[in-house]
Ligand binder design. Structure first.
Ligand SMILES: Cc1cc2nc3c(=O)[nH]c(=O)nc-3n(C[C@H](O)[C@H](O)[C@H](O)COP(=O)(O)OP(=O)(O)OC[C@H]3O[C@@H](n4cnc5c(N)ncnc54)[C@H](O)[C@@H]3O)c2cc1C
Length: 427
């Protein structure tokens, strides 16, 4: 999308938000007796920030705002699609977590952030903050394919949803896969950076596995702007020849969700069903609040710009950015992996920063780490663990070290990891 179009969209969003700011909307809560931190987004980053804030700064009031009624984990959701993980493990109750850790939970969708007044707006009222933790995750940039064609965007989003964010799409995808009778299923892989990159290939494996197990006469075609990682390519070839096809270096040029066609630079495809995953960006609120960074050419980077060691927004020390919505962490490697593990660590670090600042002190610099488990083969099960660590170099830049560990005999290490994380986030 052109810069002019993006500016137009940002201006349109701001225009939508402007009347909200002007309204005398009621306050969601009585004025805080002390100081208040509002956390927007009850995902991995926001939940961790809320919990840690209560532990590190019990003098602060902490309010978590989340639009969904309950939490559903994206980590392990591929295994859930395959019927290998119980839904109970992945679903958690926000109110119970708030009670366990002593913060307030309000189910509400934030429509706008007024940074001048330090106020967030929801349909039911406003909430003032001393510090804001924005952890509202990502959005799918359908405009990159459809411009402002609302009909096409709605058709792609509703009929061919990619189910890559928490919410109802995942359940609908499970049903679609269960009801798929055969034919061509296409899945588009977005250009990086995107949330949990290896999970796209894991999802392809799960679909190949389901087709094979149920003898579905179907083929999954993966349109990938990159070549798939070697281990996945090998297993696709060995175990799912004819069931999974990969078109590498395939950049989507156009999509017609009504005629069910996709064009890349090299191929035109017709599909019976599709998992359409457009490029990813920081979610709407980061755009509305004017928090999006700029790339080297001065265009919007698509991600929320932050001070990489202290996590506040560039130009606004009252707003902390946590999780997948953040921009590049270092010119040496670009983005942190967009993982739940890392988002939770950023939540913890932001909480330390706010707790220190609330006392007029400075927090010691801490860097996150990431750990991700991904199945690389379904039958027999094999998996890979990817660990990523960070340190600050002499010149102040963050350096990344990544290690991959193949596991040919996994014994539920991913489940143990998830249980540990859910324990931290929900008590
Ligand atoms: C298939 C799949 C598998 C994955 N596997 C792993 C894995 O094994 N390990 C791992 O570490 N990571 C994994 N991830 C990545 C992980 O899910 C994300 O990195 C993580 O969810 C990011 O956390 P977050 O807090 O930034 O965003 P999210 O978890 O998306 O949370 C954002 C929250 O904000 C809420 N929100 C958004 N807008 C508003 C609004 N306006 N008002 C109120 N609330 C709002 C959303 O409802 C959501 O609950 C996987 C992801 C996928 C898709």
């Amino acid at each position: 999308m052109s810069l002019t179009r993006r500016r137009f969209l940002s201006a349109a969003l701001a225009a939508c938000a402007a009347p909200l700011f002007a309204q005398q909307a009621p306050a969601l809560l009585p004025a805080s007796k002390g100081r208040r931190v509002v956390v927007v987004g009850g995902g991995w980053g926001g939940l961790s920030a809320a919990r840690q804030l209560r532990a590190l700064a019990p003098e602060l009031e902490v309010v978590l705002l989340e639009k969904n009624p309950s939490f559903f984990s994206m980590p392990l959701s591929n295994k859930w699609l395959a019927g290998l993980v119980d839904e109970k493990l992945l679903t958690h109750d926000y109110r119970a977590a708030a009670q366990a850790f002593g913060y307030l939970f309000i189910q509400a969708e934030v429509s706008a952030i007024d940074r001048d007044r330090r106020r967030v707006h929801t349909a039911s009222g406003t909430l003032d903050y001393d510090w804001l933790v924005l952890a509202s995750g990502i959005r799918h940039d359908y405009a990159a394919w459809f411009g402002d064609d609302r009909r096409a965007i709605d058709a792609a989003r509703t009929r061919f949803a990619c189910a890559w964010t928490p919410g109802g799409e995942l359940r609908a995808l499970k049903e679609r896969l269960e009801n798929f009778k055969g034919g061509e299923l296409v899945m588009t892989v977005p250009p990086p950076p995107y949330r949990c990159q290896l999970a796209v290939y894991e999802r392809a494996l799960v679909i190949g596995h389901l087709f094979k197990a149920r003898a579905v006469p179907g083929r999954l075609t993966l349109l990938d702007p990159n070549p798939p990682p070697q281990r996945f390519a090998e297993v696709f070839e060995e175990q799912y020849k004819g069931r999974i096809a990969v078109l590498p270096h395939a950049r989507v040029k156009s999509v017609d969700p009504f005629a069910r066609t996709i064009a890349t630079e090299f191929d035109d495809l017709r599909f019976d069903d599709a998992i359409l995953m457009p490029p990813q960006q920081a979610g709407d609120l980061a755009w509305q609040a004017g928090l999006i960074g700029r790339d080297a050419e001065g265009k919007p980077s698509g991600w929320a710009a932050q001070e990489p060691l202290h996590l506040h927004a560039l130009g606004d020390e009252r707003v902390f950015l946590v999780g997948d919505l953040i921009d590049r962490a270092s010119p040496l490697f670009g983005h942190y992996p967009k993982s739940g593990h890392l988002a939770a660590q950023l939540g913890r670090i932001a909480a330390r920063e706010i707790a220190a600042r609330a006392r007029g002190a400075a927090a010691e610099t801490q860097l996150p780490e990431s750990r991700c488990f991904v199945a690389t083969r379904m039958a027999p099960l094999e998996s890979m663990r990817v660990d990523t660590q960070y340190r600050v170099r002499g010149d102040g830049l963050i350096v990344q070290t990544t290690k991959q560990h193949a596991d040919f005999n996994p014994r539920g290490e991913d489940l143990e990891w998830a249980k540990g994380m859910f324990g931290e986030l929900f008590g």
